[in-house]
Design a protein around this ligand. Structure first.
Ligand code: NAD
Length: 338
């Protein structure tokens, strides 16, 4: 059993904690929280609570929540830390991990240089093998790697041009916007293109990012020039054996992210998450070697299975396909076509 500590229990941290606790080969040693809020109140029933340092303890005591110790104590009781603190905090925390000689996973808000390897389960599982510091790439980069990897394997890729319509913020966040504007990122390529190359080395890619006033999902419009001609069926077939890609067809009646997340609720999974990248099969259009498609990305959860697989790769306890199967089995990710 690999002993996993979770530092930062927000959107990503709480989902990774749950996913790890479902696996047969790893357990959660505890989580680090900064405030005794509703999330701490619920989490304290399932996980041991730790705090960044002793100055945080009193607020928890006042709220009647038991604190087991500081992040240092959690590190001492763990073999790896998943750092899901806000963007930039992971870099500060790394000093502590190095000093106490513990492995750590960082998330996509950190710079690639924080880790020895960036990670996506489909495209570069082996690069994290036996490493001490690994970064799971962002939700958008994970989604692009998921659907592009099978196309690169099967047909080769000359060039990718992706437009990313980003959700403004997560559903629990009422501070950020925009709430009535569309905000394009004015640098092209956006930061997603170089990020994608960290897990798909040598890919020729450009990205455009536009923020939209929604919290549910991102939507990507992707154009790919393949190295050889293909048919629409060939492309859909290439995705066919990958469980973390879900094809959504015309008969499903799903034409928006609102319905896509409603479908996820129908699955009845933890937090109504949609770990799979949903491709609208109707949108897949192929002309010669040029493929276009549109996909929807549940930003709160698509990186969760990747965090679990990164742990197995870093401890060298499973190969890619075995790890993915184990993770998917426990998270109830099965090949779904609608
Ligand atoms: P979040 O703000 O939802 O959660 C971060 C949590 O860490 C909060 O509970 C916060 O209180 C806590 N925290 C703050 N300082 C801390 C400290 N010093 N020690 C311990 N905990 C501390 O953030 P998030 O959205 O979960 O993002 C975490 C990381 O995951 C970032 O790198 C982000 O870029 C990345 N990521 C986010 C998403 C997403 O859509 N939310 C998707 C993929 C990757």
């Amino acid at each position: 059993m690999i002993r996993v500590g979770i530092n930062g229990y927000g959107t990503i941290g709480r989902r990774v904690a749950r996913a790890v606790s479902l696996q047969d080969d790893m357990i959660v040693t505890g989580i680090v929280k900064t405030k005794p809020d509703y999330v701490s109140m619920v989490a304290s029933k399932d996980f041991k609570i730790f705090v960044p340092d002793k100055s945080y303890e009193k607020a928890f005591q006042d709220a009647g929540i038991k604190v087991e110790g500081t992040v240092e104590n959690l590190i001492d009781d763990s073999e790896i830390i998943v750092d899901a603190t806000p963007e930039g905090q992971g870099e500060k925390n790394k000093e502590l991990y190095v000093k106490r000689q513990i492995k750590a996973i960082f998330e996509g808000g950190e710079e690639p240089e924080i880790a020895q390897a960036s990670f996506n389960a489909y495209s570069n599982f082996e690069e994290a093998r036996s490493k001490d510091y690994v970064r799971v790439v962002s939700c958008n980069t994970t989604a692009l790697a998921r659907t592009l990897h099978p196309l690169r394997e099967r047909f080769g890729i000359k060039f990718v041009d992706a437009t990313i319509v980003r959700r403004a913020t997560d559903p629990n966040d009422s501070k950020k916007g925009p709430i009535n504007a569309v905000e394009p990122s004015l640098s092209i390529p956006s930061h997603h293109a170089p990020d994608l190359k960290t897990v798909m080395g040598g890919l020729n890619v450009s990205t455009i990012a536009i923020k939209a006033p929604t919290t549910l999902m991102h939507v990507h419009a992707v154009r790919v020039d393949l190295e050889k001609d293909a048919s629409k069926n060939d492309v859909i077939e290439a995705w066919g054996s990958y469980r973390r890609i879900m094809e959504v067809g015309k008969n499903s009646g799903i034409t928006s992210t609102g319905q896509m997340m409603d479908l996820a609720r129908e699955f009845g999974r933890d937090r109504s998450d949609l770990y799979e990248i949903a491709v609208w099969s109707q949108s897949v259009s192929v002309q010669g070697n040029r493929v276009s498609y549109i996909q929807a990305v549940h930003q709160e959860s698509d990186v969760v299975p990747e965090n679990v697989d990164a742990i197995r790769s870093m401890f060298d306890i499973a190969d890619r396909d075995r790890s993915i199967s184990m993770t998917d089995g426990k998270l109830k990710i099965e090949k779904r076509v609608f």
